[in-house]
Design a binder for this molecule. Structure first.
Ligand SMILES: Nc1nc2c(c(=O)[nH]1)N[C@H]1C(S)=C(S)[C@@H](COP(=O)(O)OP(=O)(O)OC[C@H]3O[C@@H](n4cnc5c(=O)[nH]c(N)nc54)[C@H](O)[C@@H]3O)O[C@H]1N2
Ligand SMILES: Nc1nc2c(c(=O)[nH]1)N[C@H]1C(S)=C(S)[C@@H](COP(=O)(O)OP(=O)(O)OC[C@H]3O[C@@H](n4cnc5c(=O)[nH]c(N)nc54)[C@H](O)[C@@H]3O)O[C@H]1N2
Ligand SMILES: [Mo]
Length: 843
């Protein structure tokens, strides 16, 4: 975790100064230096030299600026465990994939919404003036609303955008588009789509995004910690807000306790994780996608050996009696014994029994990750983990019970007593101009089914007890997210995308989503505008100013200004801005927290002092806390949010939905494809993990050239392969390999390692889609996007979440001519066309 800060080469610096000179010229004449901004002492001028404290999803840092050029980044001294990823942040501003100008796809410029959409992805774009790009955007919104109505417009934002209480890209989009008209929205997200639907029925809350028991209490009380499909050391590097990385200190203490045999840590994971390497402990290398049989066998052992808490089951849960016949095989003739599970999950029966006894033998904290619910039948894992914890009877005790959010947002740190900032709101309360009828189609769709929706208009699917009727989607807007990274089955997506008439993408990086869009608008990065953010996520350790580090590059505009200018076109500018400038918003957000602070006894300086001073305030530390303790202490006064107020081992509400693939209690369901002898493994033998990257946040930082070079293999995204699997295929570390199945093919750079169980390989999600022949379904991805290979199916009828983690592939050494990586160089700009010619027939 220690940050090695890489010095930048001379050549690079010269190159950057050149860039800056060019961009400085292009910003002259814009209204970027609004009067109020002049008051900021560390306001960056084009010639500024000095240090700027700022923050990001990767943590806080000091940016070193020379003559208006960001040359170096050092971690904030209060962050004792900074991530190396901080080295890639500066390059978000300066890299060849930067979106420089508003651009329109060549054929769309010629024919508008009647364009040849099979050309999408060929990456030929024409530079247009801002005013024209926004006119196109506005006319398309208007056309779609008047000719089809709201159900044809998709603006269902899900995505990681950037930090900043003001510049939340998705919120700005929702607010602006929502002032124009109603539109098709989304439910859920890709992160926890299955768990966040099932757990409220089972445990009364989403459980995934909530704070966890304070680490000092876990370190004091736990005898055993079971880390189930989770890798906190890897995943806590990033945060939704600016992370303070405080939990790392506790993992260091845990490592000490493991060394001295005071706490036992067990990892249920087919991969030796970063956490295991950091903390120590032992691994149970379960076969992928078979954790539910393992859990059932643990439950079976607890029951048969009378190791479960009858009191807890009686007092705090409901429905154990309905689950038991399934466990014992009375219902389906299959008793869920360790011997039964062994054949599926690859862990021998004795090890399963020993694990169950270990868990029941003392205080056991279960730490569950999310990858396991990002797969087919992902609901079952989340549900069954709660059932195991309920049988152990320690839910609500310090260092016991279950938690699903330990690897996320500084969880387990103590929450401060400080105030919470509000932000810019996506809703205004002002009626939209267009408020047409959805004509019987759904007003929202489960987010991971959005490509299915484009493909199958009129189709009705089941979701969480509701019918969802897919509308005819004609236009989609993306801002602060990257569906051509985050969605599964890229080749299916490319084909289906052709049904859309107009796609708008607003980003600062020329992602594959921009490639497959019609109108592309250049946004600024966080570091080219002013903002404010919470320091520390669950810890809420303080407030940090995010002042502008450098002037905006090229023609990039802040999302705020983009959407304000869009709203001006339909007379809603004032409604969008709320009558405030950006700095007035930032001050307003700060002052809201300041007022709240007074009530909490936390004194904050006035805004001017904060902004012109250090730009950082620390809050006093809060109390330690135990998750579910109030429920355990007073189940009648503090019931869970479930129908019964208890933990629902059997859930009547779910049972009554009548779904075959998610029934009244947790169960094992075979998968459509599964490695280690499961369906289709004869054809494609290797399980493909596409877990979250150690070096990036999804697709963010992938375009940071020097940072990418620090982990890429033969210029490609790494694929991690077990030694036996590599040897069988004649593959060595450093080789370029072709990874394939019947959905697609990608090149990747091999890393041969015994950290992976045989039959398991991994390409981290977020590797940029880089087609050999842009727009052609089935073409080779030259860099290694794993979503070329994943399945696009719903987890089940309950949640309809992504099943990204249910994918099989095979790998071969690549012997063909090695193509250049196509993804990182921005668009192919077509210049022999007059961008202002009005050949488009806007009806
Ligand atoms: N195979 C597979 N697929 C997965 C996953 C997996 O585990 N496996 N995980 C899923 C999960 S959990 C998630 S959360 C998703 C993440 O999917 P996304 O959230 O879509 O991924 P990001 O790469 O963070 O995309 C954010 C985009 O916003 C842009 N951006 C950043 N700041 C700004 C800004 O200020 N303004 C504008 N306009 N744009 C900005 C970035 O450049 C980037 O292109 O991926 C999902 N996809
Ligand atoms: N560095 C970094 N951190 C991140 C993110 C990032 O992009 N980069 N993204 C953030 C976001 S948006 C999210 S949603 C979270 C995601 O958090 P998670 O979904 O929990 O994280 P993953 O990294 O996908 O996977 C966690 C672990 O699951 C294991 N695993 C995979 N398949 C199986 C299986 O079949 N059985 C078992 N037992 N284990 C399995 C993997 O080996 C890995 O160790 O991470 C957050 N943190
Ligand atoms: Mo996520």
């Amino acid at each position: 975790m220690a940050t090695q800060h890489q010095p930048q080469g001379i050549t690079r610096r010269r190159f950057l100064s050149g860039l800056a000179a060019a961009s400085a010229a292009s910003v002259v004449g814009t209204s970027l230096l609004a009067p109020r901004q002049a008051m900021a002492a560390h306001e960056t001028k084009a010639s500024f030299t000095g240090e700027v404290l700022s923050g990001s999803h990767w943590g806080a840092f000091r940016a070193k600026v020379e003559n208006g050029v960001w040359v170096d980044t050092v971690p904030f001294e209060k962050d004792k465990h900074p991530t190396k990823m901080i080295n890639g942040v500066r390059e978000v501003v300066y890299n060849p994939a930067r979106v420089k100008y508003p651009m329109v796809r060549l054929d769309w410029l010629k024919h508008g919404y009647k364009s040849d959409t099979t050309q999408r992805g060929d990456n030929r774009f024409v530079r247009v003036p801002w005013s024209q790009a926004l006119d196109f955007f506005y006319h398309e919104l208007e056309r779609v609303q008047t000719s089809y109505g709201p159900s044809a417009l998709y603006a269902g934002h899900t995505g990681w955008q950037s930090v900043g209480k003001l510049h939340s890209a998705g919120t700005m989009m929702s607010r602006a588009i929502g002032l124009h008209g109603t539109y098709l929205g989304k439910m859920g997200d890709y992160s926890t789509g299955a768990a966040q639907v099932v757990l409220p029925y089972v445990a009364g809350a989403m459980e995934v995004y909530e704070q966890q028991t304070s680490w000092p209490l876990v370190l004091e009380h736990s005898d055993t910690i079971v880390i189930w499909g989770s890798d906190p050391i890897k995943n806590l590097q990033v945060g939704w807000l600016v992370p303070d990385h405080s939990p790392y200190a506790y993992y260091q203490q845990l490592a000490e306790k493991v060394k001295h045999k005071e706490i036992k840590v067990i990892y249920i994971d087919p991969v030796r994780s970063q956490t295991q390497k950091f903390v120590g402990g032992e691994q149970i290398p379960v076969n992928p996608q078979t954790d539910v049989p393992l859990m059932l066998a643990i439950a079976h052992t607890l029951y048969k050996e009378d190791l479960y808490s009858k009191d807890f089951i009686a007092d705090y849960t409901t429905g154990f009696d309905k689950f038991l016949p399934y466990l014992l095989g009375d219902k389906d003739g299959v008793e869920k014994t360790p011997e039964w599970a062994e054949k599926i999950c690859g862990i021998d029966a004795d090890t399963i029994r020993t694990l169950a006894r270990q868990m029941a033998g003392g205080r056991t904290q279960i730490i569950g990750g999310w990858c396991l619910q990002r797969m087919q039948h992902g609901e079952q894992y989340a549900w069954m983990l709660v059932v195991v914890a309920a049988m152990l009877g320690q839910i609500g005790l310090p260092g016991g019970g279950f938690g699903f959010g330990w690897h996320y947002n500084d969880a387990g740190s103590t929450t401060s007593n400080g105030p919470l900032m509000s932000g810019f709101s996506g809703v205004t309360g002002i009626d939209p101009i267009h408020n047409g009828s959805f004509k019987g189609y759904s007003t929202y769709i489960p987010v991971a089914r959005f490509v299915d929706c484009i493909e199958n208009p009129g189709k009705t699917i089941q979701w969480n007890g509701h019918d969802v009727k897919f509308p005819h989607m004609k236009m989609a807007v993306f801002c602060g997210n990257n569906p051509f990274h985050h969605h599964q089955d890229r080749n299916k997506m490319i084909k289906v995308w052709r049904k859309l008439e107009t796609v708008v993408s607003i980003d600062h990086q020329w992602t594959a989503t921009c490639r497959f869009a019609d109108i592309v608008l250049p946004a600024t990065t966080t570091h080219e505008r002013n903002d404010i953010e919470q320091y520390g996520n669950h810890s809420n350790a303080g407030i940090i100013a995010l002042p502008k580090v450098v002037e905006p590059m090229f023609e990039a505009k802040d999302d705020f200004d983009i959407f304000r200018d869009l709203c001006r076109r339909f007379g809603r500018e004032e409604a969008f801005t709320g009558g405030k400038s950006q700095m007035e918003w930032i001050e307003h957000i700060y002052n809201g927290a300041r007022l709240q602070g007074r009530g909490l006894g936390v004194r904050m300086p006035n805004f001017r002092k904060f902004w012109e001073g250090e730009g950082f305030i620390e809050f006093p530390e809060g109390q330690q806390w135990v998750r579910h303790a109030s429920f355990r202490n007073e189940p009648d006064l503090e019931p869970l949010g479930t129908a019964s107020g208890l933990i629902e081992i059997y859930c009547k509400t779910i049972a009554q939905m009548g779904y075959d693939d998610c029934q009244g209690h947790p169960m094992w369901f075979e998968k459509k494809e599964r490695s280690h002898g499961g369906p289709r493994s004869d054809k494609f033998p290797l399980n493909l993990q596409s877990t979250h990257p150690n070096h990036r946040l999804h697709s963010q930082l992938c375009s940071s050239t020097e940072h990418r070079a620090s982990y890429a293999v033969a210029d490609r995204e790494p694929i991690y392969i077990n030694t036996t699997d590599a040897q069988a295929r004649g593959i060595q570390s450093g080789d370029i390999v072709r990874v394939f199945n019947d959905r697609g093919q990608v090149l990747a750079g091999a890393v041969v390692t015994d950290d992976y169980k045989a039959g398991v390989c991994r390409i981290h999600e977020g590797a940029w889609y880089s087609p050999l022949e842009g727009g052609k379904p089935g073409t080779l991805c030259t860099y290694g996007d794993p979503n070329v290979l994943t399945q696009d199916i719903g987890s089940s009828k309950l949640a309809q979440a992504t099943s990204a983690a249910s994918a099989l592939v095979d790998i071969e050494k690549y012997t063909g001519p090695v193509p250049a990586v196509s993804g990182f160089n921005g668009p192919t700009e077509v210049t022999d066309i007059n961008p202002l010619f009005p050949a488009m027939d806007l009806d």
